[in-house]
Ligand binder design. Structure first.
Ligand SMILES: Nc1ncnc2c1ncn2[C@@H]1O[C@H](COP(=O)(O)OP(=O)(O)OP(=O)(O)O)[C@@H](O)[C@H]1O
Ligand SMILES: [Mg+2]
Length: 513
């Protein structure tokens, strides 16, 4: 007899339904699994066999063949266990096959028949809905994320025994529900706690307003990490669509199981500098998204930029241009969204104290240049705004003046973003933020008056700015005008934007910035 059940596999963020077909006949016992299954799927046989024994089904007299269709689609992960078990039970006549028709089954089995959570439950249920599937059974721990998909009746289950009882009509599975959450998202860190650092605060605001990648240069303990952490809190709240996308990526990475709710806050990712290329852009076993995708719609903080491995930084180039990352595989390639705001931090020199006003820095010119050479390169060129942080003065720390709050800054950021969106809607541009404006759009969106034009020409010559840096100056100047609600880009916007190209100056004059 033949029976089938529905499972799903992922290619990047896209889910593809998989038809699990089981054929059983009496004979020499065997359990064959075909259909381009990776090792992780093939291991399913051991778990399914043992879990079935726990619901009283002995496979030792059967010859089983499990086919995962379509055969040309690579399947990975342990999420097929439940679909395989259910199809097998139907095939053996232990459960009726009619109730499992058209239902998506997700879940990994333990040897004793418990059903454990799987990665990517949200995108899998989402993908099923797109194909007209309206019922799903998911592990209890995946219930919350799966319930975010409206239009699908999602039920949660804890064990194979419970599932069997429900299919037989002896038990009703609970419906998955999304818990009430406070809205909007809450961020623990607030700019109010940051003393001084007015230039860096301004740079952070510009970065958030225009979607500009930022580099902070400062001595140890000047507040670089502290400021970077406060970036998501001044960005506009995630739209529902963005939140769903971020949650789906985090679901695939298996990060939701720790806090089984959807992602409301903009992500803040701060990978260690020993991060590998795969860790940065994704890939490897199970095709997990990398840090650049986990930070999608949020901030990717590269602390100690000079210490990062070269290949990991090089790999960031394509995603920073395209907003997506492609990972090549033996069977085609998969794509993940990757549009984070990059914030990098570095000390000004190897000892960290260059230009801090004291004579602590003992770095020779040669050493400074070597350190800077580690910073330069393709990534640096993609950081639109550079800002130098002076050491925090004790007076600033002791004074009773608090900084402006994140909420106040967020209002200005939101206004500037609204202006950019209105340009976008008027179809003048296809970019959602100034940071992503195409060069050809810059000509009219950031058109310059004669004075600004001359100013920029002089700067290009004196600082030997690259064509890319030229474009960055224009984009940042546009954001500065938007922050002021000005239609035209003025000379003082251009001047400030040029000032934000600190690293285009000679290394030892850094402190003069
Ligand atoms: N501007 C500031 N206002 C208030 N507190 C600050 C400021 N800068 C630093 N601090 C205090 O110093 C601590 C360390 O700051 P932070 O980690 O941000 O420094 P950093 O610039 O990242 O240093 P490093 O180069 O060593 O990474 C903060 O947790 C905070 O308590
Ligand atoms: Mg730090």
């Amino acid at each position: 007899m033949l029976a089938h059940a529905l499972g799903a596999t992922l290619l990047g963020l896209d889910a593809h339904p998989v038809r699990v077909e089981v054929d059983a006949s009496r004979g020499v016992p065997s359990f064959e699994l075909v259909g381009l299954a990776e090792v992780s799927v093939r291991e399913s046989r051991v778990r399914v066999k043992s879990a079935l024994a726990h619901v009283g089904v002995d496979l030792s007299e059967y010859r089983l063949v499990v086919n995962l269709a379509p055969a040309d689609l690579r399947k990975s992960g342990s999420g097929f266990d439940v679909a395989i078990a259910v199809a097998t039970l139907a095939c053996l006549g232990v459960i009726p096959s009619e109730p499992i028709d058209g239902v998506l089954f997700l879940g990994e089995l333990s040897l004793s028949g418990d059903i454990h959570s799987v990665r990517g439950a949200l995108p899998k249920v989402l993908g099923a809905r797109q194909r007209g599937i309206t019922r799903a059974v998911v592990p209890r721990r995946n219930g919350t994320e799966a319930a975010l998909v409206s239009g699908v009746d999602v039920r949660v289950v804890s064990s194979l025994g419970e599932l069997v009882a429900s299919i037989r009509g002896e038990h009703k599975l609970a419906q998955a529900t999304v818990p009430e959450r406070p809205l909007p998202a809450h961020y623990d860190d607030d700019l109010i706690e940051v003393r001084g650092q007015s230039a860096a605060r301004r740079a952070l605001e510009i970065a958030a307003a225009g979607g500009h990648n930022l580099l902070m240069i400062g001595p140890p303990g000047s507040g670089k990490t502290m400021l970077a952490r406060r970036l998501p809190g001044i960005m506009p709240p995630l739209t529902q669509e963005e939140a769903l996308e971020v949650t789906a990526i985090h679901s695939i990475a298996g990060l939701l199981s720790k806090s089984p709710a959807d992602v409301r806050a903009r992500p803040f990712r701060s990978p260690h500098h020993t991060l590998s290329e795969v860790g940065m852009v994704g890939g490897g076993e199970g095709l997990r998204p990398g840090e650049v995708s986990l930070a999608h719609h949020g901030a990717l903080f590269l602390d100690e930029l000079a210490e990062f491995r070269r290949p990991a930084l090089e790999a960031l180039r394509q995603p920073l241009e395209d907003g997506t990352v492609s990972i090549s595989r033996a069977h085609g390639k998969v794509t993940f969204p990757a549009r984070p705001l990059v914030v990098a931090a570095t000390n000004p020199c190897a000892c960290g104290y260059l230009g801090d006003g004291s004579d602590r820095c003992g770095c020779t010119r040669d050493r400074i240049q070597k350190y800077r050479a580690r910073l330069s390169g393709p990534l640096l060129d993609r950081l639109d705004v550079h800002v130098v942080l002076p050491p925090v003065r004790v007076g600033e720390l002791q004074a009773d003046v608090r900084g402006e709050s994140s909420a106040a800054v967020a209002v200005r950021v939101a206004e500037a973003r609204a202006i950019q969106r209105s340009r976008f809607e008027a179809r003048e541009t296809s970019a959602p933020t100034n940071g992503a404006l195409a060069m050809r759009d810059l000509k009219h969106i950031a058109a310059l008056c004669d004075r600004s034009s001359r100013l920029l020409a002089t700067a290009v010559e004196r600082l030997a700015l690259s064509a890319r840096a030229y474009g960055k100056v224009l984009r940042v100047a546009r954001t500065l005008a938007d922050l002021e609600g000005q239609t035209a880009v003025a000379a003082h916007h251009v001047a400030e934007a040029i000032g934000a190209r600190v690293l285009d100056r000679r290394p030892t004059t850094l402190h003069a910035a």
